[in-house]
Ligand binder design. Sequence first.
Ligand SMILES: [Fe+2]
Ligand SMILES: [Fe+2]
Length: 245
Amino acid sequence: MIRIAAAGDIHFDRQSHNRLGQHMDDIAEKADIFLLAGDLTQTGHPEEMQILANDLKKSPIPVIAVLGNHDYHVDQVSSVTQILKDAGVTVLERTSTILTIKGETIGIAGAKGFCGGFIGASGSDFGEPEMKSFMRHSRSEARQLEQVIKDLDTDYKIVLLHYSPTTQTLSGEKKEVYPFLGCYYLAEAVDYGKADIVFHGHAHGGIEKGNTPGGTPVRNVAQPVIRHAFNIYTLERKLNPTFPQ
Ligand SMILES: [Fe+2]
Ligand SMILES: [Fe+2]
């Protein structure tokens, strides 16, 4: 059984010292890996990320992260990524990592993803160059992620995103903002790539549990949704063909 600790939208700022660090002492008793689904900082300032890195450095289990839109805000992406890497965190952006845990291989494909909307209420690759560029960016991110997922040949395939692949976990958010909370291209990537489960954040006002149109379980782990430092999920297909309920 693989135990996954997951959280998103922790939004560290300059006052967040030890907010996660206090949970690192016993995290290994609860989980085998720790996933962070973006919006790790409030504005993407290196000082904010360093405060988080000081906490993550203490993690006794592998930490895997994607960035969120907030982490891009002050245009210091390479710097904040390096700060995480220096703390031992694996940062994914349309890339993957493979871990072996208790004799089973876990492939984690990660990407921030992007917005665009969902079937029947999405942008389209039509009209002004700005709109074409917006939707082409969204589709390109998803298509690259799909290939990364397909390339994984592991016992489990986990997808880690910031933006949502489904409207199901957005329930509670205003419908008008759904196109800015995720995109159906991401669900296509997940389903065509045959992922086992997806974690995302970004939808602070959404709900935890949903599925892609293809039936892949989706968990919105935005901290305002899960209301804990992190939630624990288990994958145990080889023992029992069920996933977190
Ligand atoms: Fe957020
Ligand atoms: Fe976000």
